[in-house]
Every structure is written in C-alpha cells, then in structure tokens.
Design a protein around this ligand. Structure first.
Ligand code: CA
Length: 234
C-alpha cells in the first residue's frame, strides 16, 4: 500500500480518482487547494509515496506547490495534471520539479499506469546484499539494474528511478560515451519538440547527479559538453 496525496480542486474529479486509487489498495488523501498541500508536504512532511498535483488551483498554484516542495528538500515523486491546451504549463511543471505529467482529460487506465510507474521509485532505502543481474551496468561505484529501474550506490543505498529518470540515463548509456543534445533528449525522453525552450533536461541532469556523483558540483560521470549537451562517462 502506498500513501498518495491528491491535490485537486474539482471535487467530482478528485473523488473519482480517489475511489479508483483506493480500489488499487492505496491510502489516498485529498487536498482541495495548494495551501493544504504545502502543509502536508513541507510543514508536516507526512511521508507520502506520490503526489498527484493539479496545476490550476485557487490561490497557491500547483507550480508553487511543486517548487516549494522541492526547495524544502522533499523529493517525493510528483505527477502533474495539466490542461491539454497549455503545453507551456506542462513544461513549467516539469521544470519546477515534477516527474511526469498527464493531460486532462485523461483515461483512468493511463492514470493508473503512470501511478504504478512513479511508485516504482521509493525513497532512499537501505537494501541488503547486491543481487547480481545480467541486466546491470556499472557507472563509477554505482550499479544500475536496467530491468528493475534501480540504482544502487557504493554506500548500499538504493533509489528506484522514475520512468523519465531511467529514460534519460538510458539515452545517455545508449550513446556509449557520445554526446546527446538537449533537443535529442527532449524528444526521446519526454516526447517534446526538440526546440522547446525549457530547462527540463538540465533539472533532471541535476537529479541524476545527486544519485551518481560523489561531488555533484564536480561531476565526473554525467558531464556537460559546452554548447552541445551531455555525455555519460562510466
Ligand atoms: Ca483545477
């Protein structure tokens, strides 16, 4: 069972989503506005496994909820809900720290699939002995299990990567040390146009560096190539 915070001001929609997530066995709490959401995520840090966050909220917007949650050091996975006709909202939501998105109106099975994908990633947990897997590769002192989306670090902690984190890492691995441009990554990993003006790639690179680099200010594995993009040095 996972604890999910659903931040949605449309009561009818919130109840429908809550009902279906509860039917999947999750413990769901609904926050009808951004202020209540921030109380839960920042002031009390209740320990949610996932946040489903509508961006269009009264008073405190979903953008602000995401950015203040991240600024407070809470890296709970966030799935944003955006209106279909506002692609710029989607991009900004990702920049503010969201992990994935769904456009309204969405199908229930799509929502449940995204939720499952995001719940694969849990917080930093200590995991016992390293199981050898043929689908594992080493990046410096870390081991990436491609089949399980898990990254095990030298000190034994384990992070389950989100779909997009894994996609980004995979895109870099596939280039075998070659450079990937931001435009290529936007298209391959996020399905966005390569000329989208956004910091999404860079903000996800920061996240991967937190997992992989001994000193994120002096990255030795995910390396910036000035004017060109990023490459992975294993
Ligand atoms: Ca709304």
């Amino acid at each position: 069972m996972s604890r999910i915070l659903l931040v949605e001001d449309e009561a009818h929609l919130a109840e429908g989503v809550r009902f279906n997530l509860a039917a999947e066995g999750h413990d769901v709490r609904v926050a009808a506005d951004g202020t209540v959401a921030l109380q839960q995520l920042v002031e009390e840090d209740v320990g949610y496994d996932l946040v489903i966050l509508d961006l269009m909220l009264p008073e405190v917007s979903g953008f602000e909820v995401a950015s203040r949650t991240r600024a407070a050091g809470n890296y709970v996975p966030i799935l944003i809900l955006t209106a279909k006709d506002e692609p710029s909202d989607l991009v900004r939501g990702l920049e503010e720290g969201a992990d994935d998105y769904l456009t309204k109106p969405f199908r229930l099975d799509e929502l449940l699939a995204r939720v499952r994908g995001l719940l694969r990633r849990s917080r930093w947990d200590d995991v016992s002995a390293d199981r050898e897997s043929p689908r594992a590769i080493h990046i410096g002192d870390a081991t990436l299990h491609l089949d399980r989306f898990e990254l095990r670090t030298k000190d034994g902690s384990c992070v389950s990567l989100t779909t997009r984190e894994m996609g980004l890492l995979r895109a870099l691995i596939d280039r075998d040390g070659g450079v990937a441009s931001r435009g290529e990554l936007l298209e391959e990993v996020w399905g966005l146009r390569p000329d989208t003006n956004t910091r999404v790639v860079d903000s996800f690179i920061v996240r991967l560096r937190r997992y992989l680099e001994a000193d994120a200010s002096q990255p030795g594995h995910i390396v910036s190539v000035r004017g060109r993009g990023y490459k992975l040095v294993r």
